[in-house]
Design a protein around this ligand. Structure first.
Ligand SMILES: Nc1ncnc2c1ncn2[C@@H]1O[C@H](COP(=O)(O)OP(=O)(O)OP(=O)(O)O)[C@@H](O)[C@H]1O
Ligand SMILES: [Mg+2]
Length: 389
């Protein structure tokens, strides 16, 4: 299989739409890399450049050590499943899957083509549907045929642009498993695009978070989730509580941050000087909840950092976890999750007063420069809307 190298890849549409802005990325042989990011950030453009459907404005693309920047798509040894509908509607399944072989430089005999189509349909576990038209297949079956078509020429790299987006939740899960199995079995180097974070987290070796044509962060699912380098990434991957504030001091990787919720202690990778505007990011599972019935000062008299009180406004069972929305006395809304199995003598319910706390190790202070305004979790307007104040 193949290694894909992007070196300073840039794509400008017209004179001023910079869709992809000077990105460098090496996708290792057999690796599964996922591109995520808001709509219009350049995911599809990146894939189309790799596949050869766009001429690049600047930079180079190589597969293994062969530069392919100027090669036409059929000489690139890549298979692609497109974002918007994937199959040729006027061709049978067989004609769709065989399409790449029919137009390839190399001549394949009819027997070779037939055998390969049979083999591909077996791989996607839909044997015997050669003569059907795409309209006679379910959405999930069409997606699988599109995958078979992309893989028919046994490409060194597979590019998948939101291939599972049109599927319902259950089918999507099945197809995720199926796709992972096929990708691992073939060991094919894969670049995948999805809007579904859970999909990105479970399927990828590495995740690339794109924002406006540029990389925000590249790392393992674990790293981008637990060690986001910007508030944008923290907010984009998974759920995040963000407390805005200003650094007042600190030492050895832990800073004090003055926020509406009081002074919070949070870890900081970079040196953050006093006065720096930051967002303190805490994942929902990093926060603990306890019932707090008395009107006493919270915690040990209110001197401990990262403790606050509030009221539970919503309790939702989400499969294996329970999610709580807590409106704090400071007027912010927090998302808190606990394991569903974590039984309590009396379950916490909507309307209960609670004490909310988190360790400094579960909180990360990130410079606010990285905030893209409209993506930051700032729920106060919502609260105001609900309470009518
Ligand atoms: N053919 C084109 N001509 C001009 N601008 C384009 C063209 N194709 C894409 N763009 C612009 O380039 C930018 C990146 O588009 P792209 O399709 O790569 O986004 P995306 O990340 O795939 O978004 P989505 O998640 O909505 O699919 C957008 O601003 C888009 O409007
Ligand atoms: Mg797209």
């Amino acid at each position: 299989m193949s290694r894909i190298e992007l070196d300073g890849l840039t794509k400008v549409y017209g004179s001023d739409v910079v869709a992809v802005d000077d990105i460098d990325l090496t996708v290792k042989d057999g690796e599964f890399v996922t591109l995520v990011g808001p709509s219009g950030c350049g995911k599809t453009t990146t894939l189309r450049c790799i596949a050869g459907f766009e001429t690049v404005t600047d930079g180079r693309i190589a597969m293994d050590d062969r530069e392919i920047t100027a090669e036409p798509p059929y000489r690139r040894d890549v298979g692609m499943v497109f974002q918007s509908f994937a199959l040729f509607p006027h061709m049978t399944v067989e004609e769709n899957v065989a399409y790449g072989m029919r137009v390839a430089d190399r001549d394949f005999s009819d027997t070779e083509v037939d055998d390969r189509v049979t083999e591909m349909l077996a791989m996607i576990e839909l044997p015997g549907i050669e003569e059907r038209m795409p309209s006679q297949l379910s959405g999930g079956q069409q997606q699988r045929v599109a995958l078979a078509r992309a893989l028919a020429l046994n490409p060194g790299a597979l590019l998948l642009d939101e291939p599972l987006a049109s599927l319902d939740e259950k089918l999507r899960k099945q197809m995720q498993a199926e796709l992972s199995r096929i990708q691992k079995d073939l060991g094919v180097t894969t670049v995948f695009v999805t809007h579904n974070q859970e999909e990105a987290m479970t399927m990828s070796d590495r995740i690339v978070v794109l924002n406006d044509g540029e990389f925000e962060q590249v790392g393992s699912p674990d790293t981008v989730y637990h060690e986001p380098e910007s508030i944008f990434v923290a907010d984009f991957i998974g759920k995040a509580n963000v407390f805005r504030g200003s650094v007042t001091g600190g030492e050895e990787g832990v800073v004090d941050v003055d926020t509406d919720t009081g002074v919070l202690k949070a870890t900081a990778d970079d040196r953050l000087d006093a006065g720096t505007d930051v967002g303190v990011v805490v994942r929902p599972e990093g926060i603990s909840l306890e019932r707090h019935e008395t009107e006493d000062a919270i915690g040990d008299g209110g001197t401990r950092a990262n403790v606050t009180a509030g009221e539970v406004n919503l309790v939702q069972m989400l499969g294996g976890t329970v999610e709580y929305r807590v409106y704090t006395d400071a007027g912010t809304e927090l998302i808190v999750t606990t394991q569903a199995g974590e039984q309590r003598a009396t379950p916490i319910e909507r309307g209960d007063r609670v004490r909310v706390s988190f360790a400094a190790e579960r909180a990360r202070a990130l410079s606010i420069e990285s905030i893209v305004e409209n993506r930051v979790v700032d729920v106060r307007p919502e609260i105001e809307a609900e309470t009518g104040s």
